[in-house]
Design a binder for this molecule. Sequence first.
Ligand code: SF4
Ligand code: SF4
Length: 370
Amino acid sequence: MKKSDVYFTDFQATMTENLPQKLARLLQAADMRRIDMHNKFVAIKLHFGEPGNLAYLRANYARVVVEQVQRLGGRPFVTDCNTLYAGRRKNALEHLEAAYVNGYNPLTLGCHVLIGDGLKGTDEALVPVGGEFVREAKIGRAVMDADVIISLNHFKLHEQTGFGGALKNLGMGCGSRAGKMEMHDSGQPEINQALCAACGLCARNCAHGAISFNADGKAAIDSARCVGCGRCIGVCSADAVAGRFNETNERLSRKIAEYALAVTRGRPHFHITLARDISPFCDCHAENDRPVVPDVGMLASFDPVAIDVAAAALVNAQTPLADSLLGQAGAGPGQDYFTALHPTTDWRACISQAVKMGIGSTEYNLIRLK
Ligand code: SF4
Ligand code: SF4
């Protein structure tokens, strides 16, 4: 297997080089400029963080990437797609507000913020995959319309996938709501009637006549009619509609890999991972517990598989912080921390599926910068 180059540097800053400058140097060393960005739309895919979570990446890092793209003549925008679960990022208006609250706006970034799958999470492109698990991926249209994709990933542990890195940011993160449902479950949402306010909005938005009401006006979904578009999730202000999240973690991980293929195939892509504030759970949580290991560093690569494998190895080489969930669980050197903390997860399934689909390599040269 051909080795991919993964560039790495730590978070040590000096009086003459701060962290944004160091990240810029890393991107230059990793030769991001090999991508022809002149007059191209460049999607920078990241996670704005659920409000309340403080482990997500600061907008300052994204600004560095934006400036590098602009220097190369590209037209960058920062993007993410709506969530499947109820929260503050489930439609474009709330999602933009969450991004602004967390510091992502044109002033801080130097470019615009676009929600990739539109107002209600239904603006999607159908991308043929022909995978083992996914025939046709449903990807946010703005993401697919971009000429170049850059993933800017916050590396952290994850309760369903072991960790979240490049492949997860691309595969799950770029899925429209229907795409996220396809990865997470049977592809149809359900309604919690205890939360339903009987407003009728979901039925008015359902183009397939799949929503009916009981005598109390509470909504229910007819699975024979529902096509899993997810529009009803985005319109329900009572957060009564949600995905079922009933897929196994192994199949979820493999589907994520196949979605990542849909996002990257046939166009230039580049990946940046910041392994800091390595929290035990996803940034979708509205809180973040203490980091489980010390900050590790910044990585950059053309290969989303290699960068994930390299980041995982660097994290596993750390000693768990004693007062963290990982430390309290008794994990120590030599263990795989991702499965130690989240035993039902299978991050290697995502990696092996990505390799099988030809996305990248698990073999890499780690090129360390001072
Ligand atoms: S939009 Fe939400 S609150 Fe309104 S009827 Fe549908 S499920 Fe109930
Ligand atoms: S997910 Fe199903 S019930 Fe909801 S709007 Fe789409 S088709 Fe209708």
